[in-house]
Structure formats: structure tokens, C-alpha cells
Design a protein around this ligand. Structure first.
Ligand SMILES: C[S@@+](CC[C@H](N)C(=O)[O-])C[C@H]1O[C@@H](n2cnc3c(N)ncnc32)[C@H](O)[C@@H]1O
Length: 279
């Protein structure tokens, strides 16, 4: 497992959605980094499908509102955390494995003055650095695919939630078993550990003690989004080279192309789960 974790960190350390790229974009569009507002980051700091609307969908299912304490499992650059604080007044703690990303999240949060409402802590969601029954909601977006022991991540979500708390997340699902070659490609290119079909995923959530509230199939929505993302990654590869950041990532690109094919063919897809911890 330690090797898997190291590979995930390596993958996200080189990921093209990065602090450097975001700051480059801001400087190019506004000339300086003075008085940046949270909403100026939103076009750049959301590392999941469906942008801000995807955050709203989770917020609705989890009852996120003013003062609600949220843990964002696998928070990335802190984009969803800042959005939930800015839009809903939530108090959000992100847990992020990749040190470079956790530091970037903190820097971006300070840049837009949201540090009283949002903090991103470096840590592994399989051993979440949060106290028992300390949050009302746990969310996660497109990240549990990278977590080798999802059962352990759900056990941690259950532990940190107050009784009656909500879990709401999106993730990839495998509608049909993948070939060994595809599993290998997705692991090497995108650090995909294990994938479940929606029913098996639901059973895993229930085994952690949650009551499953809803499962929504997002596969059809993701097809178009993924085609756009593929074009964006092609563009970001060029920008990463221009900004002088590591841009290798050819395995990522090849893997992403195959991923888009698998989604379009209905083998892979996305789903949104909502569950509750009994009160
Ligand atoms: C695709 S990004 C999603 C980021 C964020 N949820 C968003 O929507 O912008 C996945 C993130 O999960 C993080 N991650 C992967 N495994 C993790 C783990 N075991 N614990 C905490 N974070 C993890 C990665 O470092 C990466 O930043």
C-alpha cells in the first residue's frame, strides 16, 4: 500500500492543475495578484467534473449551509472547499495527501482571504487527522478512485461525522469489469487503484454503518465533460512546458484518452452517492 500511496503523490505532484498554472493565468488576465476574490479562482481550481454545479449538487444532498462544518476528503487545491465557504458560509477542512497540493491549497486560500473559514491539512483520508464526531458533512469528488482501501476511508468518514451527519461524494464507477491491460493503463497513467460498480460501492458504504440515501448515475453527463477536459489537458501540457513546470505526463495523457473511450462505450462512468450516519 505504501508504494501505491507514493505513486498517487507522485502523480498529483506533477498534475497539470497546479498553483503555478493558476497564478500564471491570474497574472495574465489581471496583471497582478492584489485583492484576488475567491470567485476569480473558481474557473481554475476545481479538479472534478461539472465545475461549481457539481459542488452545488453535493451541497444540496448534504444540507450544506451557513456554519455547517464540512470535511472535504481529498481536497486537491481547495477549490470546492473555498466555494462551499464563499457560497454557503460553510466551515471547511480539507484533507489532502499530496504535500505540494496541500501547501498550494493553503496559499490560494490565503490569497483570497478565506483562511478563517477554510483550511487544508496534509493527510491521508485512510487515517483522517480529524477528531471523532467533529463534522456535520463529509464530501469528496473524483478522488476515492485513488484511495486503495475505500473501506477504511468510509470508516474514517463515519468516525469523524456527528450522529445524523451526511456523506455525499462523486467518484468513478466500473459498470463492467475492466481488462487487465486497461486496469494497468489507468493505474500507470492516472493512479486509479480500485473501481467498483455502483451497487458494490453502495454496499461498501452501508458496511461502514451508513444508511444509503441515493445513488445517481452520472455516466451520460460525464461523456461531454470528458471530451472538453481532454482538449484542456492537451492545452495545459503546452502551458506547463511554457511555465517551466514538469510536464512529462505522457502516460497520463494516453490513459486519459483511453478513459474517455471507456466512458463513451459505457464501461466506465461516474456516480453520486449520498448517505447518512444514523442519528
Ligand atoms: C482529482 S483530485 C480532486 C480534488 C478535489 N476533490 C477537487 O474536486 O478539486 C484528487 C485529489 O485526491 C488526493 N488524494 C488521493 N488519495 C488521497 C488520500 N488517500 N488521502 C487524501 N487525499 C488523497 C490527490 O492528491 C488529489 O489532490
Amino acid at each position: 500500500m505504501a508504494d501505491e500511496i507514493r505513486s498517487v503523490v507522485e502523480f498529483y505532484t506533477r498534475h497539470p492543475i497546479s498553483l503555478e498554472i493558476i497564478l500564471e493565468k491570474l497574472k495574465a488576465s489581471r496583471g497582478n495578484l492584489d485583492h484576488v476574490r475567491p470567485e476569480e479562482l473558481f474557473p481554475h481550481d476545481q479538479d472534478h467534473y461539472g465545475g461549481l454545479a457539481a459542488n452545488d449538487a453535493l451541497a444540496m444532498r448534504a444540507g450544506i449551509a451557513d456554519g455547517v462544518r464540512v470535511a472535504d476528503f481529498c481536497a486537491g487545491l481547495g477549490g470546492p472547499a473555498r466555494y462551499l465557504a464563499q457560497r454557503y458560509g460553510a466551515d471547511v477542512t480539507g484533507i489532502e495527501l499530496t504535500p505540494k497540493r496541500a501547501r498550494a491549497a493553503q496559499e490560494l486560500t490565503r490569497l483570497v482571504g478565506l483562511q478563517d473559514k477554510v483550511r487544508v491539512i496534509e493527510g491521508d483520508v485512510m487515517a483522517a487527522p480529524l477528531a471523532d464526531e467533529s463534522v456535520d458533512v463529509v464530501i469528496s469528488q473524483e478522488a476515492l478512485l485513488n484511495v486503495p482501501d475505500k473501506e477504511q476511508a468510509f470508516a474514517q468518514a463515519f468516525r469523524v461525522l456527528k450522529p445524523g451527519g451526511r456523506l455525499a461524494f462523486t467518484d468513478w464507477v466500473a459498470h463492467r469489469p475492466l481488462t487487465a491491460a486497461d486496469r494497468e493503463l489507468l493505474w500507470r497513467g492516472m493512479a486509479v487503484t480500485t473501481l467498483f460498480n455502483p451497487q458494490a460501492y453502495g454496499e461498501l458504504i452501508e458496511r461502514a454503518g451508513f444508511m444509503l440515501v441515493s445513488v445517481e448515475d452520472l455516466t451520460a453527463d460525464w461523456g461531454a465533460i470528458l471530451r472538453e477536459r481532454l482538449a484542456m489537458y492537451g492545452k495545459l501540457r503546452g502551458e506547463a512546458q511554457a511555465a517551466g513546470t514538469p510536464a512529462g505526463h505522457d502516460a497520463f495523457y494516453a490513459s486519459y484518452v483511453r478513459f474517455v473511450d471507456l466512458v463513451n462505450a459505457g464501461h466506465l462512468g461516474g456516480a453520486r452517492f449520498a448517505a447518512a450516519k444514523p442519528g
